[in-house]
Design a binder for this molecule. Structure first.
Ligand code: ACK
Length: 366
């Protein structure tokens, strides 16, 4: 066994739960930092366990670094401390340019802290919403390539993320994206998107593969499904997947074969990759390695990104997903789109000459 673990390139992730003493896991995988090496500058957000701050880390003999500091609020329970530091025990096992890097932990003084590299542009969903329409397709594909490379590394390590979503990706000033938010049960407990399923699990429904929702089958293949949702979030600049549909409606629609329509101005090759990630049969989905290779190919040959999913095929896909038009049940295109929760497409329909229900009914579905 010792020999196996020593094989180069075959590092596997060790679940901190396998340690009888969780404190031992932390110190196995995370460096202890003296509180005096850290200068806290400002609060940048709130985590479940306490504030997230930005600041500087000056280790002896090293250059000063900008860092993010997660703190554990005073009055925590032993379980909260364990769960909080559990993230550091996981993060500390990873070493990859697209995985958030752990500098270390402060556990010998209070407040308890987790210190990571600083990501200037914060979380990807917020960043994209703030910069709607501002990037080239190549820049967006570059972000997606980074996330896929990080996920390939995690899947090679045998780690299943379970909560891959744009809100859990951080982006730095060079637009490098890194996967963050690691945890065990905790990951889903502090995610506002996670909802209880009928079977009692807490799951971020819109990002989660059907088999993981239905029978908790979380694997790298279910992470691939979530990755497809992240692709959709990125290309649509932080739009909410399935918009205002309820979780129950999302589960039902996906089960019936419905898939998110292509974002506006989306290269056909990217939308095809999203659809591949959303195959019902998890074994038919691409592996992260294949996704990275595919994105590399697209980046090397940018003209391959010029073919966009066009408006009429977006119309056809909406029609295909929603079946018949209800034989004259709707008086206008707008009313029909509202009824199928696609009201936001009304303008596109009008622009493309589908201004009456008759015109819509003429669209062929091939
Ligand atoms: O979108 P944001 O600015 O990016 O708001 C959230 C907030 O803290 C709560 O999680 C930000 N944040 C978390 N980790 C980091 C980090 N390593 N670098 C920069 N910002 C971070 C996140």
């Amino acid at each position: 066994m010792h020999f196996l673990f020593k094989l180069p390139g075959v590092r596997t992730y060790i679940d901190p739960h396998t340690y009888e003493d969780p404190n031992q896991a932390v110190h196995e995988f995370a460096k202890e930092i003296e509180a005096s090496c850290i200068t806290i500058e400002r609060v940048i957000g709130a985590g479940e366990f306490g504030e997230v701050c930005s600041g500087r880390l000056k280790l002896p003999g090293k250059r000063e670094l900008p860092v993010a500091i997660k703190t554990l609020k005073v009055g925590y329970t032993e379980k909260q401390r364990r769960d909080f530091l559990g993230e550091a025990s996981i993060m500390g096992q990873f070493d990859h340019p697209n995985i958030i890097h752990l500098e270390g932990v402060v556990t010998k003084s209070k407040p308890v802290m987790i210190v990571t590299e600083y990501m200037e542009n914060g979380s990807l969903d917020t960043f994209l919403k703030k910069n709607d329409g501002q990037f080239t397709v190549i820049q967006l594909v570059g972000m997606l390539r980074g996330i896929a490379a990080g996920m390939k590394y995690l899947s090679d390590m045998g780690y299943v993320h379970r909560d891959l979503a744009a809100r859990n990706i951080l982006i730095n000033s060079n637009l490098v994206c890194k996967v963050s938010d690691f945890g065990l049960s905790r990951v889903l407990e502090d995610d506002a998107e996670a909802a209880y399923t009928t079977r009692g699990g807490k799951i971020p429904i819109r990002w989660t593969a059907p088999e993981a929702i239905a029978f908790r089958k979380f694997t790298s293949a279910s992470d691939v499904w979530s990755y497809g949702i992240v692709m959709w979030e990125v290309v649509s600049y932080g739009e909410r997947p399935y918009w205002e549909m309820t979780n129950q409606d999302v589960i039902k629609a996906v089960e019936e074969g419905y898939r998110l329509p292509s974002p506006m101005d989306c290269p056909a090759a990217l939308y095809q990759l999203m659809l591949d990630c959303w195959q019902k049969d998890r074994n038919s989905r691409p592996k992260f390695e294949e996704i990275v290779n595919m994105l590399d190919k697209l980046i090397r040959n940018p003209s391959s990104l010029k073919t966009l999913v066009n408006a009429s095929s977006r119309v056809s896909s909406l029609l295909a997903e929603h079946g018949s038009l209800g034989s004259g049940a709707y008086r206008s295109v707008g009313e029909w789109l509202e009824a199928i929760k696609m009201g936001r497409y009304t303008e596109i329909f009008m622009e493309n000459g589908y201004s009456s229900m008759d015109a819509v009914a003429q669209v062929t579905l091939e």
